[in-house]
Design a protein around this ligand. Structure first.
Ligand SMILES: Cc1cc2nc3c(=O)[nH]c(=O)nc-3n(C[C@H](O)[C@H](O)[C@H](O)COP(=O)(O)OP(=O)(O)OC[C@H]3O[C@@H](n4cnc5c(N)ncnc54)[C@H](O)[C@@H]3O)c2cc1C
Length: 381
């Protein structure tokens, strides 16, 4: 058996080169906590969902779990900062979200807008009647929809490009980024990880370990003796060439699928949820379903079915109760978990990075993370 080599000691080892792991590394760097290695088992960073998502940066929506509201509000501020102050170019743009409604939903939507319309609890939203909806989105189906909730502050961006900006900044600060090498095991002594084994034959002895392995966090955590109920949930994305037509202005958010414009001549149709393990094959049934739903929202898409540029399927990390897992388990002294971001991992990446880096550097975070504790899944927590 080949002997293992040891690497120079790092203060923190981050497992996972998706957008969550990269954001944690970046915010550690902002605290001058730079003796860090990020390890990714694929040959490139952000090859999974972090490089292939829809790019929606949602603000607080009334439909979202309340526990998430403080995180979403803070992440929205951080995105503005990353684009404006840090000068990161990741196609950040405020285009708003439209949640379209039928005639039956009009009264409910109006009441919701009245309740939250004045920035109540950080939410900004407006009710649009049929004429206003049509003015904002000329191609939306006014046969199907007669009103909408409009979230004007919602943004869009490119997660792959942001990942590149974060990685560049980390390298400039002297951090180490290792690809094509995965973490394969741990040695634990007295409630602390003392050794980490990697597939490239190294033995690492970091002070702190961060598990940011997306849908694979369950297997990494199991090797640490912590059972985290995180599973992969597949979603699909179809990119369509509109031939230069601006088909939609906002992120049109249907109940299962959505339509957004991510460049002058491309729209993306996306969504769907399948619990089919780690399989990332494209499912033609879901593609048909996505088209049917998208056409019912934006009928002009019907003539663009031949203009598909690409179709992909990727895996979201889903925790059994639907909330992210953020923080330390009482079972291990020097391990932090950051996973289970499900449909909001791009949107929640900056706040996750900032808060996990605070936990590591300060021992506490500015937003209470008790609702997201990994220990909520322990039988006698
Ligand atoms: C179709 C679709 C559309 C989406 N749209 C949006 C959207 O509009 N807005 C939004 O906010 N979110 C969206 N998401 C969700 C978002 O993409 C995810 O929540 C986010 O990418 C999760 O990031 P992550 O870093 O946790 O996981 P990942 O991107 O999966 O990264 C985890 C990384 O860990 C690595 N890894 C695993 N095990 C090991 C190991 N043992 N050693 C080393 N490395 C390891 C993996 O190779 C992987 O690269 C969408 C997702 C899908 C599928």
């Amino acid at each position: 058996m080949a002997s293992r080599t040891s690497s120079p000691k790092v203060d923190a080892l981050i497992i996972g080169g998706g957008i969550i792991g990269l954001a944690i590394a970046y915010y550690l760097g902002k605290r001058n906590f730079c003796n860090v290695e990020l390890i990714e088992r694929e040959s490139e960073l952000t090859v999974h969902a972090s490089g292939h998502n829809a790019g929606g940066l949602s603000g607080i929506h009334v439909s979202q779990r309340r526990e998430l509201w403080p995180l979403i509000g803070e992440s929205q501020k951080l995105y503005r900062e990353l684009s404006e102050s840090s000068g990161f170019e990741f196609d950040f743009a405020r285009r708003g979200t439209i949640v379209p409604g039928t005639a039956n939903e009009e009264t409910e939507f109006e009441e919701t807008a009245r309740k939250y319309g004045d920035e109540n609890e950080g939410i900004q939203l407006r009710f649009l009647n049929k004429q206003e909806l049509q003015r904002k989105e000329p191609y939306i189906s006014t046969d199907r929809f007669s009103c909408a909730l409009y979230y004007p502050l919602d943004a869009q961006g490119n997660s792959k490009k942001l990942g590149e900006c974060l990685a560049k900044s980390c390298l400039q600060k002297g951090m180490k980024i290792t690809t094509a090498s995965g973490v394969t095991g741990f040695e634990i002594s007295r409630g602390r990880v003392v050794k980490v084994l990697t597939s490239d034959g190294r033995t690492l002895t970091p002070d702190v370990v961060v598990v940011a392995a997306g849908p694979w966090s369950r297997e990494v955590s199991a090797a640490l003796g912590v059972e985290l109920p995180v599973s992969p949930v597949k979603g699909h994305l179809i990119s369509v060439d509109t031939g230069g037509l601006k088909l939609v202005n906002s992120f049109i958010s249907g109940s299962m699928y959505y339509v957004l414009q991510n460049s002058a001549s491309a729209v993306v149709i996306g969504g769907g949820e399948d619990s089919s393990g780690f399989d990332t094959q494209i499912d033609p049934v879901r593609i048909d379903e996505a088209w049917a739903d998208a056409i019912s929202m934006v009928p002009k898409l019907d003539v663009m079915k031949e203009s598909v540029v690409s179709s992909t399927a990727c895996l979201r990390p889903h925790a059994s109760d639907g909330l992210p897992i953020l923080g330390k388990s009482k079972r291990l002294d020097n391990v932090f978990f950051a996973s289970g971001h499900f449909r909001n991992g791009f949107g929640l990446a900056p706040v996750t990075g900032k808060l996990i880096s605070q936990l590591i550097v300060d021992g506490t975070s500015e937003i209470d993370l008790s609702a997201f504790s990994p220990d909520r899944f322990l039988s006698n927590s």
